[in-house]
Ligand binder design. Structure first.
Ligand code: PEP
Length: 256
């Protein structure tokens, strides 16, 4: 039994009043204990969130990290700094970073390892663009992105993280993958992990949590969560309001 995750990626949105309002709403809510709730605010708000939330079963993370733990890298933030601010998790390879910062599969794999080295749990984001899907390359692209981490981190370290399947064409567009499309890609990811080596990889594939991201909303979450290989969601827009975030969490709880 894999515990579902509902993770909120705030992207570059937020303000101190918004963090306070969100934290107050979460503190007042009856949060489903069987779902792991995560919030990824902009790193500037991480400490405020960590001190404002005061709810031990909601964990925080950063949307990115540098591969080194310290150094002359102006503007960057390391995994150890994120951990010191109260973060326990880190997104790696979000499509907006791949696209706007030109992050390669190799760099994403290094960031995945850097997160683990800093004691954070990485979420590896993978997903194809619309052109890649239309060309029939969705599975090949996602497999390539996954293999980069499998090859450099190895199956056991991959298994310490979480994978998020986020088709680029569904992020922030309101166009969700159908439950069948999402399930098919999640199954491909799990099969790839299972086939990576030996007996150990079968165990890791069975326990690996693979969450879906791409325009998940309270009204489409339940159907996605009913799919056998979908273990929760990485939510952008709908995570900014506590109410919709909690409704998605409730849908994950109902599906367990
Ligand atoms: C995301 O930012 O990872 C995401 C899935 O965004 P949205 O839910 O807004 O599509």
């Amino acid at each position: 039994m894999r515990q579902p995750i509902v993770a909120g990626n705030w992207k570059m949105y937020g303000s101190t009043p918004r963090v306070e309002q969100f934290a107050a709403a979460l503190n007042a809510a009856d949060v489903a204990a069987d779902v792991q709730l995560l919030v990824f605010p902009p790193v500037a708000y991480l400490h405020g969130f960590a001190t404002g939330l005061g709810v031990s079963d909601i964990e925080l993370g950063a949307q990115d990290l540098h591969v080194d733990q310290e150094g002359a890298f102006t503007g960057e933030v390391s995994g150890t700094m994120i951990a010191e601010l109260g973060g326990r998790w880190a997104l790696t390879g979000h499509s907006e970073r791949r696209r706007y910062q030109g992050e390669s599969d190799a760099l994403v794999a290094s960031k995945f390892l850097a997160a683990l080295d800093a004691g954070l749990t990485p979420i590896l984001c993978v997903g194809e663009t619309l052109a890649e899907r239309d060309a029939g390359d969705a599975a090949a692209v996602v497999t390539r992105q996954l293999d980069a981490v499998l090859e450099s981190a190895g199956i056991e370290r991959l298994g310490l993280g979480v994978v998020a399947y986020e088709p680029v064409w569904a992020i922030g567009t309101g166009q969700t993958a159908t439950p069948e499309q999402a399930q098919e890609m999640h199954r491909i990811i799990r099969d790839r992990v299972r086939a990576a080596s030996d007996e150990k990889s079968r165990e890791i594939a069975a326990s690996l949590r693979i969450v879906y991201g791409g325009s998940v909303k309270p009204d489409n979450a339940a159907e996605l969560f009913r799919q056998g290989d979908i273990d929760g969601a990485l939510v952008g827009g709908a995570s900014l309001e506590a109410d919709s975030f909690l409704r998605i969490a409730a849908a994950a709880s109902d599906a367990t």
